[in-house]
Design a protein around this ligand. Sequence first.
Ligand SMILES: Nc1ncnc2c1ncn2[C@@H]1O[C@H](COP(=O)(O)OP(=O)(O)OP(=O)(O)O)[C@@H](O)[C@H]1O
Length: 299
Amino acid sequence: MGLEGHRIDVVGLTKTFGTTKALDDLTFSVTPGTVTGFLGPNGAGKTTTLRCLLGLVAPDSGTATVDGRAYRDLDDPIRTVGAALEASDFHPGRTARDHLLVMALGAGLDTGRVDAMLAQVGLTDSARRRVGGFSLGMRQRLALAAALLGDPRVLILDEPANGLDPAGIAWLRGFLRALAAEGRTVLVSSHVLSEVQQTVDEVVVISRGRLVRQGRLEDLDTGPSAVLVRTPTPDLLRQALAGAAVEALPGGALRVSDRSTAEVGHAAFASGVELHELTPEPDDLERLFLDMTGEGAAP
Ligand SMILES: Nc1ncnc2c1ncn2[C@@H]1O[C@H](COP(=O)(O)OP(=O)(O)OP(=O)(O)O)[C@@H](O)[C@H]1O
């Protein structure tokens, strides 16, 4: 059975710090039951947006609401929105378990969930260790457990994959997907698309405080795919691909930007050209992300 879902709506959000326009008329929404990646390069305004959503920063104009209400107007904010903004602000002398107990008591939450949450994030064996000795990945897990203490419908996580090793990222992926499958609304920021690419259904891409793109990950138009080819006879392959956009790469490979792997393979076969490699160019999505956010522009 799914939970009652809550939308996140950011409308016309604008915030200036001194002379820095951190957010510039930013609008997007996040639907329940999805994991949404909130993406943008460092300094794009992600943290500021999340802080506005949590009532920690007052915007100059615009609104950031959960279930149609500002955080401060929610009836039961702790049980509605769980957030992990920074993984580093734990008291280093306190154990993981004590940290969650203090939080639960302070917020009037059921302390009975503490051990269950530690187990959920894989910290049972470290529950009685002091947080000061935790790795960044363990702090991230603890922050996640803290965010989940109130069994919230909405989760807001700032760079949760930061500091996790590949196994930890794979774990996080399954964990967040399961929370979304329960009908929760999960918003996860990252400045690295590949980190969350396999986790998210939707992406909201921002750059310089403005929305660049919102949509389903699979609908992002990655443009024509390019093909990397290696052959001992590049000139013959160029002839065989007459009319194609072919670029010589350092190291001797050719990059064909307007033909599919099948088309390149067929042209080579039909002309008797020997191929040593024929691969679709990797990271099309990463390239698109860099292009969209202006980070990939040629110097
Ligand atoms: N309290 C503040 N005072 C002054 N400037 C700020 C403050 N908070 C954020 N900024 C500035 O606003 C811009 C957006 O910062 P923000 O932290 O929201 O970006 P971000 O996308 O989260 O990047 P990062 O991943 O590096 O944290 C940056 O130029 C930042 O320096």
